[in-house]
Design a protein around this ligand. Structure first.
Ligand code: TYC
Ligand code: MN
Length: 341
């Protein structure tokens, strides 16, 4: 089917959105800074299954075609976007939705999932950060002046906004995001992460020049729905917990000791798994082989035999940069579809 667009009054502004597909499962796409449906999500609007999903891409207030008003960045701008996003989907009559949030849109998605838990089914986020560090602040300064952006990143936004609004709003964004640096721990939404209950898939591009890996790790660690997974099998569960906690590395020197301390911890963390089925007896070499296999699975598109569906958690894309959903659209779309399904 084709992509329709509309505008609807929400919270005192007119929000613009695009909509496509006739599936039962509503999915909202949330763009990054200065972003919009048409600049950020063309491959998702085109190729995410129209049978499974009804896909909506929104332009947050002040971005894309949700203007006027001009964009501003009060300290609560992410909270405001989260409420706008949820209220938009309610205004469109969706009873419950899943979220795909990129970068700033990922932050918005996290806040929406924490504050409106009964309205969010599942969530995929990538390129998001829950707080601001000195390193982030340096990166922000580097993108403040849009005339220094690459042609490829600049073109679509310049076409959408015209140079002046684009340049001015980017500077305002940098000022806006730097406000968080003055809060304790550079907090944007760290305090909300433990409230996120929905199954959450965090995708991270290992070559992302804007968002360092520690941000993805931090979100993964603190979002309940990312740690407590819908495991398909006890085996998958135990292997994944092992890998993540670095309890066992193929070449690690203290692996034996750590390995034998580990089962208690799994038992507690994997409470959904019948205790008699936990792999108490698995020897070290079996475990090592399993670790290597799992590592391969995480890095390939091949579904593993015992976990045919993509699980909640942290998924790394070795070649992915910040725009991994555009550059590797097929791989990303498949990952998201398998997870939401
Ligand atoms: N959050 C920005 C976005 O929405 C990207 C970005 C992240 C820029 C971190 C700089 O240090 C940065 N696309
Ligand atoms: Mn347009």
């Amino acid at each position: 089917t084709s992509v329709n667009s509309g505008k609807i009054a929400v919270n005192g502004v007119h929000l613009h959105y695009q909509r496509t597909g006739e599936g039962e499962h509503p999915v909202l796409l949330l763009p990054g800074m200065l972003g919009s449906g048409e600049t950020d999500f063309v491959p998702q609007l085109k190729s995410l299954s129209k049978k499974l999903f009804t896909v909506v891409a929104w332009d947050p207030r002040g971005y894309g075609h949700s203007r006027p008003p001009d964009r501003d960045f009060p300290l609560d701008f992410f909270e405001r976007d989260a409420k706008d996003a949820v209220d938009l989907m309610k205004a469109l009559n969706f009873k419950k939705v899943s979220l795909l949030g990129w970068s700033d849109g990922g932050i918005t998605a996290l806040i929406a999932a924490a504050k409106y838990p009964s309205y969010i089914s599942k969530m995929v986020i990538w390129g998001a950060n829950a707080y601001v560090t000195d390193e982030d602040e340096r990166i922000y300064q580097g993108i403040r002046d849009v005339s220094k952006w690459s042609e490829k990143a600049r073109k679509p936004l310049e076409a959408l906004y015209g140079y002046d609004y684009f340049a001015k709003t980017c500077e305002k964004w940098v000022d806006g995001i730097q406000q968080f640096k003055h809060l304790p721990d550079g907090n944007i939404c760290r305090h909300l992460l433990p409230q996120v209950q929905c199954p959450t898939l965090i995708v991270h591009g290992e070559k992302d020049p804007l968002v360092p890996r520690f941000h993805a790790d931090f979100i993964h660690k603190h979002v309940k729905g990312s740690r407590t997974r819908a495991f398909n099998t006890w085996w998958d569960c135990s292997i994944q917990l092992l890998c993540e906690d670095h309890l066992l590395r193929p070449e690690g020197p203290t692996q034996k000791l750590k390995f034998h301390q580990a089962p208690q911890k799994w038992l507690l963390r994997a409470a959904a798994v019948p205790p008699e089925r936990l792999p108490w007896q698995i020897d070290l070499s079996t475990m090592r082989a399993a670790w290597c296999l799992r590592e391969q699975q995480l890095r390939s598109e091949m579904p593993s035999p015992d976990s045919p569906r993509c699980l909640a958690g942290l998924h790394l894309m070795p070649e992915g940069k910040h725009n991994l959903h555009l550059r590797f659209a097929n791989e990303f779309n498949k990952l998201a579809e398998d997870f939401l399904r």
